[in-house]
Design a protein around this ligand. Structure first.
Ligand code: DON
Length: 336
């Protein structure tokens, strides 16, 4: 009996030890895909830094790094993956995740909605179309509403919950870039107006200007390309950080988060993005983009110059090339 049990233990260890890698490609092939994408786009001179937020105009436009983090915890990098930029709208994904953890996906779907607006990310027309409903948490009206829904008795308690969630998704303590936050808070009157409209239509229940300030703070959190790729990989890995092993959010909430990213993560260019990559993704005017290949990897790139839709030109091209080289498109089934 003992011999049989020992045999079972050995075979179990063997099976676990042979768990298939997250990707079919070898590390050398993955590194080659990163290197060729970086070489192809590093000298591209399209787009321009965001300038409606004073501090963003001063960021080095030549920052360009790409990172892949696989769900079995391997990290592949190329270029500048340590320079930090403000996370900006990418933060919206993780604040929505926080609200879903506290109140469930229905709290999001029944309040600001989960549908694309087809408008720019800070459109007021989009609010008026359905009185603040039929939107999503990736555009500013829905995002500020999501921030207003995070539980906490004080601003500091709410903020602690938000920054703690972001840091868990990444696996290191993240913080606010005060040189971004201060000027953005002094010039966020449009977002204040958006928040007041969402309050008037009953989607923000209280203190719309406090929600706007906390939202501005969340947008000013500093991240590098590796941070964004780990955060994406945590989503790719069912809410479990593949580097720290921490289960950051409930696995069953991940599909809804990825669905809203796929629908509206790159705003009115989300359809074009999905057509060429199939990846749920989220952009930020700081120049970052992260994308998720469910069960396989998180990928991110930072390059500040943006296109007219507010999405990083180089990051879009680089992420699309690398993901397609690694078979990242979840809509590409292989025939049996
Ligand atoms: O609220 C704003 O306008 C900025 N803090 C964030 C906008 C943004 O990142 C849009 N994404 N491309």
């Amino acid at each position: 009996m003992k011999r049989f049990r020992d045999l079972m233990v050995v075979s179990l260890v063997l099976v676990v030890g042979l768990a298939p890698a997250a990707l079919a490609q070898s590390p050398a092939e993955i590194e080659a895909a990163l290197k060729s994408a970086h070489a192809r786009y590093k000298d591209l001179k399209e787009g321009a830094n965001a300038d409606y937020i004073p501090a963003l105009a001063k960021v080095d436009p030549n920052i360009f790094g790409i990172v892949v983090v696989t769900t079995d915890g391997k990290v592949y990098t190329v270029g500048d993956v340590t320079s930090e930029v403000s996370i900006q709208s990418i933060s919206k994904v993780f604040t929505m995740a926080r609200v879903m953890e506290e109140q469930g996906p229905e709290a999001i779907a029944s309040n600001m909605g989960v549908d694309a607006t087809g408008q720019v990310f800070n459109s007021i027309v989009a609010v008026e179309q359905h009185k603040g409903a039929e939107m999503n948490a990736m555009v500013n009206p829905g995002a500020i509403t999501a921030t207003s829904m995070v539980k906490g008795a004080t601003s500091e308690e709410i903020w602690g919950s938000i920054i703690g969630t972001y840091s868990d998704f990444d696996g290191r303590k993240l913080s606010v870039n005060q040189e971004v936050y201060k000027p953005e808070a002094e010039t966020n009157q449009r977002n204040q107006a958006i928040a007041m409209l969402m309050y008037a239509y009953g989607h923000i229940k209280a203190e719309p200007l406090r929600a706007t300030d906390i939202y501005t703070r969340q947008c000013s959190v500093n991240v590098n390309a590796k941070d964004l790729a780990v955060m994406a990989a945590t989503l790719a890995n069912g809410g479990k950080n593949p580097l720290t092993g921490k289960q950051v959010i409930n696995t069953q909430n991940v599909p809804e988060i990825l669905a809203v990213m796929a629908t509206a993560g790159l705003y009115d260019d989300s359809g074009k993005w999905l057509f060429s990559t199939g990846l749920p993704a989220k952009s930020g005017v700081g120049g970052g983009i992260l994308a998720v290949s469910p069960g396989k990897f998180g990928i991110a790139a930072i390059a500040p110059p943006l296109d007219k839709a507010g999405n990083s030109v180089k990051a879009q091209k680089a992420i699309a090339d690398v993901s397609n080289a690694l078979g990242g498109n979840p809509y590409a089934p292989k025939p049996r």
